[in-house]
Design a protein around this ligand. Structure first.
Ligand code: CDT
Length: 308
């Protein structure tokens, strides 16, 4: 029997600084209801889907941003999402800022099954931007101040009838992200993102944001024979324009559904997980063709070392 998952990428438009968790969860619930009405089994929400993208603001004391973090999941304001998902029999992936009881801060995504149970969590590995105040920028990208790099790495989970994986925003630009999960047989990678159009260190890249977004996710899908679900928080949020263009990408690397707005929008596709084997068993048969013995630098070396 064909293994297929009807998946929805639930793109979000901007979330303002003043929007409450309850208001945001209401938006998530509207998308969930639309998804259920279309027979969707798994809804993927973006990175930091419960709040505005707060790392754009500097606070001397990082606890000044504590109200943007979740200390429990589900908590009182997110419980309705879990309850409704369970009632509708729709699973979801949700990105949020996590503050642990040990005081650690992670950019986290959870995967929730159709019965409302948390299957697993992923904590962002590649943390972009900077840690210190850089007032020369039109807006800041202080993820390295507000989140620590997770050392948990990339896992996969048996859920939704397949092998599921998660990554977050900047992770999608790194081929290691996909290959780590590819080596665990991943069949669907869910990736939420918040990507400002303006890249202050090199504004020449601004016009290419959409191209680079799809380029890396399509390559990651194809080279590992996996579905990739890329989901944006797009539009102009607190004066900062962010990329939308959420996309559902097949193991061939082809985009099979793409958002057309920069607002809350659900796109849907039937993800046939058996298609993954077309690539996993042929061109990208890792067992036959990979040469890890000549890839030593990939894990032994961090930066570039020039040859003499
Ligand atoms: N959220 C996130 O990871 N955004 C980054 C912006 C990079 S520029 C600092 C991204 O890779 O899209």
């Amino acid at each position: 029997m064909t293994r297929s998952v009807r998946v929805g990428a639930a793109q979000l438009g901007p979330i303002s600084k003043d929007e409450t968790r309850t208001q945001v969860v209401d938006r998530l619930l509207r998308l969930l209801a639309e998804a259920a009405s279309k027979g969707v089994e798994l809804v993927v929400y973006p990175e930091l889907a419960l709040t505005t993208f707060f790392p754009r603001w500097y606070t001397e004391d990082i606890s000044g941003h504590d109200h943007y973090y979740e200390t429990e999941m589900p908590g009182p304001q997110t419980q309705p999402l879990f309850d409704e998902a369970k009632r509708l029999g729709v699973g979801f992936a949700l990105g949020y800022a996590e503050l642990t009881s040990e005081g650690e801060r992670f950019n986290t995504t959870i995967l929730v099954e159709r019965d409302g149970t948390i299957v697993g969590h992923y904590r962002k590995v590649h943390i972009p931007g900077h840690a210190d105040d850089e007032p020369w920028r039109p807006f800041q990208h202080l993820e390295r101040r507000y989140f620590q790099e997770s050392n948990e790495g990339f896992s996969t989970w048996n859920a939704f009838g397949g092998v599921m994986g998660m990554a977050t925003c900047n992770d999608r630009r790194w081929p290691e992200t996909y290959r780590e999960m590819g080596l665990q047989g991943v069949e669907m990678i869910m990736i939420g993102y918040n990507t400002p159009i303006h890249y202050a260190p090199d504004p020449g890249q601004n016009a290419l944001q959409g191209f680079h977004n799809h380029l890396c996710m399509q390559a990651g899908a194809y080279q590992n024979g996996t579905w990739v679900i890329g989901v944006a928080k797009g539009g102009t949020e607190e004066g900062v324009e962010s990329l939308a263009q959420s996309a559902i990408i097949a193991p061939s690397g082809q985009i099979v559904a793409q958002a057309v707005t920069t607002a809350d929008e659900l796109i849907v596709a039937d993800a046939n997980l058996d298609w993954c084997s077309h690539y996993k068993d042929t061109l990208f048969n890792f067992e036959t063709y990979r040469r890890p013995e000549v890839y030593q630098r990939i894990t032994n070396q961090k930066g570039v070392i020039l040859n003499d």
